[in-house]
Design a protein around this ligand. Structure first.
Ligand SMILES: Nc1ncnc2c1ncn2[C@@H]1O[C@H](COP(=O)(O)OP(=O)(O)OP(=O)(O)O)[C@@H](O)[C@H]1O
Length: 309
């Protein structure tokens, strides 16, 4: 089932939490929804899961509008809300049984569905424990199990690794990746590395508006701009080398990184590379290159650049 979000706007009082947002998620895709606190991620996800009504715009899930057929959409969506609200005084089996009944799963199918969830979410060893006795990581697995029990085609996970320790984060990401092979997943996070590790595509939202839509690779390219090289040159006076570099036709700017080690940062002009002209310069002057590496802008920097207010 494809998800099509069209001109979605949601206001809280005078504030637009989501402002004319449009995007599409193809069936089978794992989409990372990324943004700083208060960007509008939860609001958008709640609207897709039919928990809130937007003032303007529409969302179609498998062709069904959230305005006309929320009951059909809810059947096809599994939702893990932020902070994962669970009944602490129930054990896992009873809790999943309760959720299965809410979803209207036929009684005779429920035991099998619960066993499937326990297996898929790795809950075998803990299944008779009270939820309050579980670690945060296992509670999150129960949250995933409740979202999956009615076998929805789409899974919406709001910050699924918040509050987990590093080992639990890795485990939950692995689990999401496995589930993502069979489902359409939208996952929100404000951690870029998480989205990059788990998702096919990234959507960045800021102040209620989409600022980027693409793969991590496209995002890097879009923000990469001009070529930047970290360059080490030996065999000549550091200031002469600097002067020679700055006069190369392809070079826009040169900076010292480390004078003693004769390391420079060279920025090329738009859409050209300076690698060949640097090489020719070294040959002409009997210099030699001790280091030449393109410096890649980190995704983290790109994210900050795009979401700075
Ligand atoms: N029920 C509400 N009443 C009033 N304002 C709200 C309500 N829910 C959200 N907002 C506001 O809407 C904006 C978007 O909130 P939202 O929860 O969608 O952001 P988010 O990207 O999920 O943030 P976070 O990462 O902090 O969870 C915020 O400014 C928030 O304060």
């Amino acid at each position: 089932m494809d998800i099509v979000v069209e001109h979605l706007t949601k206001r809280y009082g005078p504030q637009k939490a989501v402002d004319n947002v449009s995007f599409r998620v193809k069936a089978g895709e794992v989409l990372g929804f990324l943004g700083p606190n208060g960007a509008g991620k939860t609001t958008t996800m709640k609207a897709i899961a039919c928990y809130i009504n937007p003032e303007e715009g529409d969302i179609k899930v498998g062709g069904y509008s959230i305005k006309e057929h929320p009951e059909i959409i809810k059947k096809n969506i599994g939702y893990l809300p932020e902070n994962n609200p669970l009944y602490q005084d129930m054990n896992i089996i009873d809790f999943l049984d309760f959720i299965a009944k809410i979803h209207g799963i036929p009684k005779y199918l429920i035991p099998e569905r619960i066993l499937d969830m326990v297996r898929i979410c790795g809950l075998e060893g803990e299944k008779h424990k009270l939820i309050s006795e579980l670690s945060k990581g296992y509670q999150q697995r129960v949250g995933l199990a409740q979202a999956l029990i009615h076998d929805p085609e789409i899974l919406i996970l709001d910050e699924p690794t918040t509050g987990l320790d590093p080992n639990q984060i890795v485990e939950i990401r692995e689990l999401i990746k496995r589930i993502g092979k069979e489902k359409t997943v939208i996952l929100s996070s404000h951690i870029l590395a998480e989205v990059e590790a788990t998702c096919d595509r990234i959507l960045i939202i800021n102040n209620g508006r989409i600022v980027v839509d693409g793969t991590a690779e496209e995002l890097r390219k879009q923000a990469a701009g001009n070529e930047i090289l970290k360059l080490g040159i030996q065999g000549g006076d550091v200031n002469d080398i600097f002067e020679n570099l700055i006069h190369l036709e392809t070079v826009d700017a040169v900076d010292f990184i480390d004078v003693d080690r004769q390391l420079f940062e060279v920025q090329s002009k738009e859409e050209v590379s300076s690698v060949k002209s640097i090489f020719d310069l070294c040959v002409q002057n009997n210099y030699y290159i001790s280091e030449l590496t393109p410096s890649e802008k980190k995704l983290e920097d790109i994210f900050r650049q795009l979401t700075l207010h």
